[in-house]
Design a protein around this ligand. Sequence first.
Ligand code: PGA
Length: 252
Amino acid sequence: MRKKIAAGNWKMNTTPNEGKELVKNIMAGSPELKVHQEVYFFPPFTHLAAIAEVTGKQNFYTGAQNCSQHEKGAYTGEISTNMLKAIGAGHVIIGHSERRSIFGESHEILKEKSSAVIAAGLTLVFCCGETLEERESEQHYKIIDRQIKESLSHVTKDDMKKVVIAYEPVWAIGTGKTASPEQAQDMHGYIRTLLKSYFDETVASQTSILYGGSVNAANAKELFSQADIDGGLVGGASLKPEEFIAIIQALP
Ligand code: PGA
């Protein structure tokens, strides 16, 4: 069975103390996770070490929202995968649409970052997603294909065991507008056909694909019950303990 995952992307929110409190509340209020279920917290870098200390057990893990593509050196302000690993991060999000659009991260940079995450032995949470304009002009399949082809398809089949994909339509992120379960399922099914063509049938059937974009306690169950949706990458609702606990409870 594929892993079913609830991942909280906190973005630039919470202080370290607030973050610790949030994780404590969520872990205390969550049901015991089944073997195939996992929960990931993605706090800002500054709280990672403290949060990694309380996770790493009962299928709760901590990861980073970004990393440098470089190993070390004169890159002021950057954080390397080895630094993340050393403080207990097990996962890194790469290719979030905010990194692509606000920070100008290109397909090439995201390819290098994906390679850096894999080389460090960390789990890569690779995001893809189209804008509203791209969907309305029916470019969405082409866009997703390009994002995966350019920045992920170089990964070996074996290393794909450490990759989770998150499909996040940009028009659904932080807007309160969710893709319908049918729209999301349709794209997740398409992503599996891409995985089959770039890798093989095994990779296509074993890779967890999360949906992201205004997931909340009210819509999680229906989204997660779709055949190719293996959980969610959650922004806003992951900062509210009751909401995120309900999302965890909605995991199949
Ligand atoms: P949202 O964000 O749940 O607030 O829409 C999702 C994300 O950006 O990962």
